[in-house]
Ligand binder design. Sequence first.
Ligand code: G4P
Length: 529
Amino acid sequence: MSLQDEINIRRTFGIISHPDAGKTTLTEKLLLFGGAIQSAGAVKNNKIKKTATSDFMEIEKQRGISVATSVMAFNYRNKQINILDTPGHKDFAEDTYRTLTAVDSVILVIDCANGVEAQTERLMEVCRMRNTPVIVFINKMDREGRDAFDLLDELEEKLSIKVRPMSWPIGIGATFKGVYNMHRGNLNLFSGNKTQIEKDVVAIEDINDTVLGETIGESFAETLREEVELVDGVYETFDRESYLSGEVAPVYFGSALNNFGVQELLDSFVEISPTPQGRLSDKGFVEPEDNKFSGFVFKIHANIDPKHRDRIAFLRIVSGQFKRNTFYKNIRLDKKVKFANPTSFMASSKAVIDEAYPGDVIGLYDTGTFKIGDTLTTGEEFMYKGIPSFSPEIFKEVQNDDPMKTKQLEKGLQQLTDEGVAQLFIKQPGNRKIIGTVGELQFEVIQYRLKHEYGASCSFMHKPHHKACWMTSDNQDKIDEFVKRKHNNIAYDKDGNPVFLADSPFLLSQAEGDYPEITFHTTSDFKLD
Ligand code: G4P
């Protein structure tokens, strides 16, 4: 197959949701359709349990297991589909944000009773930053939930995206009869039978056809006709281009648990979702068709076995063909590297691959040289942009509890933060180390791993910071002046950029008022603007 053919058959996406909306269940049903797993429960067992908040060892173990399901590839209707798993646990939100840089589209799962929730909004903000195309799946229609029009209004309002329902629910909860697919003109009837593979589909050529009333009852048929008319009046006709540019999200209704609406979703997904897209580098946009290989590392996973210090770096291929045992250049290190055992992730089994193409995610074993954001090329000097760092929400200063192991502590902190477990900021004087995270859990993970993998001991002292802000200005002197004046609240990030550690929203807006020439960013991704 030509490179173009390889690109055309691939679809790489992520499923995102607020915890409990049904992401794991939907992932599993999609894999069942793709024949990638044989039974329900296979993905669920790898899920980080919600109750495990204090049991970080258990979480690390599960994270270890979940390497296998970090990327799940399967074939469906002649397409090779790669699902990138995004941890639902909020303490691992950073992982999710980074994974979103490696997908070309997302499916957003919404619980019909809860609508848009906190984590939904944050994840969608990240998608909006790069105009990632979004398909919405409103789940749990077998349960009592909110009015469909209300849900759509809320999606538009809170997620700043236009929506276009593609199917329309008939009843909800106890009265849920199924969905009418406006796009295809058919009725998909709900039986509540979890094993149903959606064969109960009735073709409805015209919504005024009497067959509608005969199938779902006159009163439901009447409501459906009215609502569909309203939908067609309010929402613009679906236009694939507007979906691909991230402006409009097509919406489907269903019940993942009951395997209802899932095939319909998957069929539309393969029909409309984007093929692997290029990415922006510091030397311009790179198209997937460019026949020189390139890719970037968006995730690093440590082997949890302390006897083997090796790690797996997840590389998203952007352009060209990747080949095993071929020298590629790690641009940051200015060093040629080759890989004897690159792996692909076909569902739960890992296999060594000889080649891979744009859209694919491969696992590269490494002993600690990769950093998140690293770019590999055949020799061209450019770096991919846009693996953002988001401002942490919890800040703690590291205290070295075993001065004999200072070197180990330094190395461990460096490697763990390179892996993206947390962010490291250095404060002067004295090279003090501030760790920033989005969840408490990471501190336990860091402490545990420093002890077991590096033999170093540390404790943490809470710092009262509210946000870390990166700064830009047309006038560098103003930044220098600000850094000098606020030196007590200035630290330096991994790239040596000064960061303002604002102690409260009030102090941040005060700084913004005092220094109108400076823009304060809560993500390091501002270079994309
Ligand atoms: P998540 O990955 O987004 O966190 O959600 P997950 O799939 O784990 O689903 C959360 C809960 O919602 C699960 O129940 C799951 O069975 C249920 N669920 C998912 N889809 C549907 C649906 O379409 N209808 C209904 N009624 N429930 C649904 P749980 O009790 O938390 O877990 P479990 O005991 O079933 O494993």
